[in-house]
Structures are given as structure tokens and as C-alpha cells.
Design a protein around this ligand. Sequence first.
Ligand SMILES: C[S@@+](CC[C@H](N)C(=O)[O-])C[C@H]1O[C@@H](n2cnc3c(N)ncnc32)[C@H](O)[C@@H]1O
Length: 328
Amino acid sequence: MISLEKIIKQHRSPALVHFLEELEKGQEKYFSSKNHGDFDKWQGALQNLRALFPPEKVQSDFDISSDTVRIGNKNNLAKNKEADFIANLKKFMPWRKGPFEIAGVKIDTEWRSDWKWQRLEKQISDLSGRNVLDIGCGNGYHCWRMLGAGARSVLGVEPMLHFVMQFNVLKSYLPFDHIEVLPLRLEDLPPRLNVFDTVFSMGVLYHRRSPIDHLYELKELARPGGEVVLETLVIDGKEGETLVPKGRYAKMRNVWFIPSVLTLEGWLKRCGYKNIHLVDVTATSIEEQKVTEWMEFESLKQFLDPTDLSKTIEGYPAPKRAIFICGY
Ligand SMILES: C[S@@+](CC[C@H](N)C(=O)[O-])C[C@H]1O[C@@H](n2cnc3c(N)ncnc32)[C@H](O)[C@@H]1O
């Protein structure tokens, strides 16, 4: 399912090349029903999609540089096949990151991931010609946008096979072989590679039990002179203040550290980052993260105090996110 030849050619680091070659050889371990009970369902749905809308029809009719990542148009599907096509796309639910449109079918995802991209796209160094790594990339929505912004290669890293399979739906239609999502955790990558021109970590830091280690790991994945783009939850507060939820935060079990902006800046400095720029702080709205036909579980509105939307259901400050861009 993953094909890394073209990406390997973009990199000269023997450690990374060896790692990717071995991963490609041993990938059945990840892409199998032994690894995930739903794998056969997803694989079958992917084949059905390709039968209903053959990838050859796409040719150059796609767009990875606009808010909606689009493949083909509604004329690619016969009217009597549309319902079947939608049913097969829905076998990959929940669709969290997006939006996408495939053969005229609009996938209204839980998140308006394009809004996050809009907040940072003009602030980061031009991605043209850069080898990019996106840690915790979900279904790869932002990976497509990075490629659309001119990146030479894009590697995403995502441990949830479900999201990797969503990426594979898109990938199987698009004529690019210098983008891939690896079914791995950040910790599975070889340490201290020092190779990527830009490393993104968006929505991951607060899931880490050791945020300082995460910041070091990101820095050591980037090449000297490279860039790290960090997006994470923050609280209002002074330097030194950090929220460590007693239990769940906005119903999420795995949230560990939510620093104030000044605390996070201090962490970045302490880890040796230079040219640290805070480029955005935005409270997440119930329009940005919501229940849709493509993600039917609870979403932000249900995670907030119904009498006071400035608080989570547990009484903590409602989600607010900051974006830092830094070099080293
Ligand atoms: C909140 S989502 C953010 C997705 C995307 N980066 C975005 O900003 O929209 C966090 C993602 O990080 C992934 N993740 C969690 N722990 C990880 C780890 N140790 N290494 C890599 N990814 C991880 C999760 O599976 C999830 O898809």
C-alpha cells in the first residue's frame, strides 16, 4: 500500500533511506486484517470506489491547492452509481479532517482543516522544493495542501490505520508519488535524523506525556537551518502556567499538558529553538469542529459546557490553539 521509491530518491540520509526501504519491504505487517479488524472492509471499499469511478478518468481534473481538496467532478459518476459510491466512501467514516470532494461527492468532515491551513500558509517559509514531514497527520489533508504549496516531497506519520486508509483513497486517484503517509508513531522513526526542511507537528503536543521530549524530537528531525511548525492547545496565562487536566479534557482522555503561550515559548527556547514566532492564537469554534453526516459522533459543541461555551464540560478553559514557527 505504500510506495516510497520517489521519496527515498529525495533524501540522502543513509539512516532514513535504510529505514524507509525496510518499512516498504515489511509493510504487510501494518496493512492486514491481523493489524486491524476493519482492514478488509476498507480495502474492499477502496476497490469498489475504483470500480465505480476509475482513476483513469481523473487525468488532470483535481485540485490540491484550494480549501476543498478535490478529485474529478460529478460527471465522472453515472447517476445510478452515486449512492453506491457514497456508501463506499462512508465505510471509511468517521471522516474527521478535510474538506474533500471526490467525483462531485462533498465530504463534509468534522473539521474545517482548511481554516488551520489558512492561518499558517502565508507565515511559513515557502515550501517550494522542500522535503516536508507532517507528524500526526491524520488522513493527510494538510499533506495534500503542503504538496499543493510546492513541497518536493511530503511524508506524513500517522499511527491510526483508519486515517492512513482514508489517505490511500485520495492517493489512489492522484498522480503523485512523492507523498506518502506512514502507519507509524513519531517514536518509530529513527532518532536525530536532521534531514527534513520543514517539520509540522499540529495537534500532537498535548497528546504527549513528555512535551519537552516531543519538542527535542521535532528539532532533531529537521535539518540545521530548517523550520518547525508547532500547533497545539494553549491556555491564557502567565509564563510558567500550564494546565494538566485531572482527568478528561473536552472529553478527551489523552490530554496531558496545555501550556500558556509564554510557557510554550519558554519551552521552545529551553530546547534550543531560535527565531521563535507566534503567528496565530485562535479559539476553536463550533463551526470549525462539528458533527456532520460524515462524522456522526459527538464533537466540540457536546464537549463544551452548554451554559457557558467558554468552558469545557469539565470546567476547563475551552480549546484555544496557538501556532509557533521556529528554526534552530
Ligand atoms: C488532533 S489530531 C491532528 C491531525 C492533524 N495534524 C491536524 O492538525 O488536523 C492528532 C493526530 O496525531 C496522531 N498521533 C497521536 N500520537 C501520535 C504519535 N505518537 N506519533 C504520531 N502521531 C500521533 C493521532 O492519531 C491523530 O491523528
